[in-house]
Design a protein around this ligand. Structure first.
Ligand code: CTP
Ligand code: MG
Length: 229
């Protein structure tokens, strides 16, 4: 299974002066933890890291230090996540029929989750990892007034990995460019084009490291995982 890792962001909400994926958690850059999970997933056979060329030297050193045995390709990122993923899709080897897309910032996803998504995408056209929301979610207007309260049992929080049929997802990205759609995940493009997206049970610990607080939480989770006897 081919895996694309969007890693071309700037980390604005982290408030760091460089790509947040180069910040360290438990003595390893965030992107290194993501790559270690990909390396440990038996289902993943090829890794594409979508990133800005000014980070390539750092990424190359991290890849070398990890001694990954799987082929890794660096792919030029775009100005939005959506554009980055499209670049990634266009850089996949010709034999890639399905693809998993997994955010570099979700460095706590387990190899088991990657494996389960890789297996599931062989039986459907589109899927995402997701977990049921725990909070009651409100739809609020621009004046801060609640408009509605969707039934919580129908609400799921989207994560990555997200998996797709490559030909269809390329087509959906093309439609997105043609119509000027701006989305925050690939499933949204798939949905807009009328294709079904299946839910795969995600992981509560699979958070997206976004703010400085998330760095502390990620460190805590990794410590509980790796300090266990
Ligand atoms: N990403 C990307 N290309 C972009 C923007 C984001 O590949 N132009 C990647 C990020 O590197 C990250 C993932 O998409 O792994 C999810 O994005 P997010 O958590 O929003 O990261 P950033 O965009 O870097 O953070 P921020 O939005 O706070 O600037
Ligand atoms: Mg972003």
């Amino acid at each position: 299974m081919h895996l694309l890792i969007p890693a071309a962001g700037t980390g604005r909400r982290m408030g760091s002066h460089r790509n947040k994926l180069l910040l360290q958690v438990r003595s390893q850059p965030i992107i290194a933890w993501t790559l270690l999970a990909a390396q440990a997933s038996e289902q993943i056979s090829w890794i594409g890291i979508i990133s800005q060329p000014h980070d390539w030297q750092d990424f190359k050193e991290i890849i070398a230090d990890l001694q990954l045995t799987k082929p890794v390709k660096l792919i030029k990122g775009g100005s939005s996540r959506q554009e980055s993923v499209y670049n990634g899709l266009l850089s996949l080897p010709a034999n890639a029929e399905q693809v998993l897309i997994h955010d570099g910032a979700r460095c706590l996803a387990t190899p088991d989750l990657l494996n389960r998504c890789a297996e599931a995408i062989c039986h459907c056209l589109g899927l995402i990892a997701a977990v049921p929301v725990k909070d009651t979610i409100k739809v609020v207007d621009e004046n801060g007034i609640i408009q509605s309260t969707p039934e919580r049992s129908q609400l799921w929080a989207a994560q990555t990995p997200q998996g797709f049929d490559v030909k269809l997802l390329k087509q959906c990205h093309g439609e997105g460019v043609a119509h000027g759609w701006e989305v925050t995940d690939d499933a949204a493009l798939f949905e807009k084009c009328g294709y079904q997206v299946q839910i795969v049970q995600g992981e509560e610990t699979n958070l997206k490291v976004t703010t400085p607080q998330d760095l502390a939480i990620a460190e805590f989770i990794l410590n509980t995982r790796f300090d266990q006897k």
